[in-house]
Design a protein around this ligand. Structure first.
Ligand code: NAD
Length: 433
């Protein structure tokens, strides 16, 4: 099939590459000229495990191309996938539809023959209706349908998740559009549940899922706080909870709060929709509030470890919002660093992939270390803020020799507590007294 993908960000690019790998002819469109010239030059614009190999392979075999021209990407396409951003409105926190609406308006004029416009961006309920209206106004003779095709990939696992989705949700209001999408997802049909629902249900499934996962994170974080005071061990508690199949063992890892481009904005957007529809979504409201407070509490835990030192030097491992990605948007690590700086600490930071993105936010306010040991040189404490796998291999003796005082604040359950204690460290681990 011929597919146009509008937006080459964390969703659009892995989606485009994945669809090309499945044998489709893909054109990725972005209005950001620097991204497109990079991609045309064979240089990836984001880090995702496994993306590079597939990208190179499909560029070489000509199945994927990149352009800034909407016309080039849309006029031949059977399906046009919208994967542009839906950032929060800075004041109301509702999802801002300006990129979706602008893209719909722009693509409308290039629709030739029957085309399915699939909205993959996370969008409020009824967005399909507004996109349909915009396209019909711009191109009254255009033959098209708008479907909702929400994306559930996890950053850091985008390629894995593209090829192994838990489920595929299709919000199509008529059979013709549903059949085209069924053809697109045929390679998955044997092993993946493809659920066809009303377009508004599909739009809501995405928000309801993300809000639920955010609540689960906030819940286990509250339990971790409880364990710290009560003397229980959160990891034993989480394991015991997770053995109940009704609860499940995923998303029961305590941490510094959820972050990234999705959960914060999607919980806020869902809460906004609840208020707009006059529905009490108090669980979601409480989750947002608890998660916001958590970053401040976590910075306090780090400062607690160096409370007797004025202007302490804090070595931070991790800047990305989670391991496996270079994405620092709404990263708890970055937010904690910012609070530490406000409180007068000096911070050095190391992240295996997110240094460039961290620098865009933090500028010269911190020192950027070249590796996970140099960061600790002469620091009063080491704070682990992102769960990168290679941090698990830290040589504690080497770190101890570099730190001014052997103290670790582990907000990601990365450092083995017993080993650290035996090595003479003072260690704070979340959820353990
Ligand atoms: P992103 O900001 O990384 O990428 C969006 C891209 O769209 C940018 O490159 C931008 O230049 C481009 N763009 C905007 N308007 C355009 C236009 N008119 N024409 C062409 N290109 C245009 O965003 P993202 O993280 O990929 O997220 C995209 C959507 O997918 C959002 O709605 C998000 O909520 C949703 N989503 C994201 C994730 C994730 O893990 N990041 C997961 C699931 C769903």
């Amino acid at each position: 099939m011929k597919i146009g993908v509008v937006g080459t960000g964390y969703v659009g690019l892995p989606t485009g590459v994945g669809l090309a790998e499945l044998g489709n002819e893909v054109i990725c469109i972005d209005k950001d000229e620097s991204k497109i010239s990079s991609l045309k030059a064979g240089k990836l614009t984001i880090f995702e495990d496994g993306l590079e190999d597939l990208f190179v392979k499909n560029v070489q075999n000509g199945r994927i191309r990149f352009t800034t021209s909407m016309q080039e990407g849309v006029e031949q396409a059977d399906i046009v996938i919208l994967a542009v951003g839906t950032p929060p409105n800075p004041i109301t926190k509702e999802a801002d539809m300006k990129y979706i609406h602008a893209a719909a308006k722009e693509l409308a004029q290039y629709i030739r023959g029957y085309t399915v416009v699939a909205v993959k961006s996370t969008v409020p309920v009824n967005t399909g209706d507004s996109v349909e209206k915009i396209i019909a106004e711009q191109n009254p003779k255009g033959e098209f349908d708008v479907v909702s095709l929400p994306e559930f990939l996890r950053e850091g696992f985008a390629i894995h998740d593209f090829f192994n989705p838990d489920r595929i949700i299709v919000g199509a209001n008529n059979a013709r559009a549903a059949q085209i999408i069924a053809k697109l997802y045929e390679p998955f049909a044997a092993k993946t549940k493809i659920l066809y629902v009303h377009r508004r249900s599909s739009e809501t499934i995405k928000y309801a899922s993300n809000a639920f996962l955010a609540m689960k994170i906030q819940y286990i974080n509250e339990m971790a706080d409880f364990c710290e005071k009560s003397g229980a061990d959160i990891y034993e508690v989480a394991q015991g909870m997770g053995l109940d199949s009704r609860i499940g063992n995923k998303f029961l890892n305590p941490g510094p709060g959820y972050g990234g481009f999705c959960f914060p904005k999607d919980t806020n957007a869902m809460a906004y929709m609840g208020r707009a529809f006059g529905v009490d979504l108090s669980l979601i409201e409480a989750t947002i509030c608890g998660n916001d407070k958590r970053k401040v509490n976590m910075a306090d835990r780090v400062l607690q470890a160096v409370k007797d030192i004025s202007a302490p030097k804090i070595a931070v491992l991790g800047a990305a919002f989670k391991g496996g990605t270079d994405d620092c948007r709404e990263s708890p690590a970055i937010q904690i660093i910012q609070i530490l700086l406000e409180k007068g600490a000096k911070v050095s930071v190391y992240d295996p992939q997110a240094m460039d993105n961290a620098r865009k936010i933090l500028g010269d306010a911190v020192v950027y270390a070249p590796d996970m040991y140099t960061v600790a040189k002469d620091a009063d404490v080491l704070a682990v803020l992102t769960e990168w796998e290679n941090f698990k291999t830290l040589d504690l003796q080497k770190i101890k020799a570099l730190l001014k005082t052997p103290k670790i604040v582990d907000l990601r359950h990365i450092v083995n507590r017993e080993t650290a204690l035996a090595a003479g460290f003072e260690i704070f681990s979340l959820g353990i007294k």
